[in-house]
Design a protein. Sequence first.
Length: 77
Amino acid sequence: MAKRTDRPENDFEIVLFAGSVMGAMMAVQQYCADHPEADFIDVVDRAMARYEAGQPLGTLGREEGGTGAGAADSVRR
């Protein structure tokens, strides 16, 4: 990310974003462990789509009838 954005590796926003992505991957792994029927690649793709959409929190979990309680609610099964 740092090279792509022409920022230093220790730039706060770069470190914050990288940590956020790592946290998302940890959440994906936990979700898939708890839901063996879930397709790992699909769940990763949906997690990354949240970043691409700018993390619109107002719709989190509501795309497919979820309660808004969390991103995992909207993962296709």
